[in-house]
Design a protein around this ligand. Structure first.
Ligand code: FES
Ligand code: FES
Length: 174
């Protein structure tokens, strides 16, 4: 099977029942993407496919041939960390770091959804063309990514900083 991962073509012979997560970790040794629950409940395995975030543990690799897959290994440009990665460091958006690759990919996918005007469960005005990334909006939109260390305050602040949405970070402190 042929895949496009982090901008590079990759071939792998895997069983058609292999999950995208297992393809990445077990066959390609891209172990940045983490396995938490392996059943779609924690978000540790989040990767981007054509810019959209998915839980790779719930995805069959065979279905993602020819799609543009981005993992945490593909976020930095050489030695230059992605601005989202820098923000997580600046705001202490992690402790053990196990959830962090998923948080990073999810935050970037969330940004894309928000820019497209996709509403969330807490969006008050579904018809509005000017969504505001408030504290509640950001938390709701990232609620699929659990952090067992409870580093949520730093995670929210980091994402708000990277997305230039200060109202998302400061409401809790107010
Ligand atoms: S490992 Fe995929 S959602 Fe938990
Ligand atoms: S930093 Fe440890 S699980 Fe999130």
């Amino acid at each position: 099977m042929d895949f496009l991962i982090n901008g590079a073509p990759v071939s792998a012979e895997v069983d058609v029942r292999t999950s995208l997560l297992d393809l990445l970790r077990e066959h390609l040794r891209l172990t940045g993407t983490k396995k938490g629950c392996d059943q779609g409940a924690c978000g540790a395995c989040t990767v981007l496919v054509d810019g959209e975030r998915i839980n790779s543990c719930l995805a069959l690799a065979v279905q993602y041939q020819g799609r543009e897959i981005t993992t945490v290994e593909g976020l930095a440009q050489g030695s230059q960390l992605h601005p989202m990665q820098k923000a997580f460091i600046a705001h202490d958006g992690f402790q053990c770091g196990y959830c962090t690759p998923g948080q990073l990919c999810s935050a970037l996918g969330m940004q894309e959804e928000f820019q497209r005007g996709v509403p969330s469960h807490v969006t008050a005005d579904l018809a509005s063309e000017h969504l505001v990334l408030s504290h509640d909006e950001l938390r709701e939109r990232m609620s699929g990514n659990l952090c067992r260390c409870g580093a949520y305050n730093g995670i929210v602040d980091a994402i708000a900083d990277a997305l230039d949405a200060p109202q998302a970070a400061k409401q809790e402190a107010a």
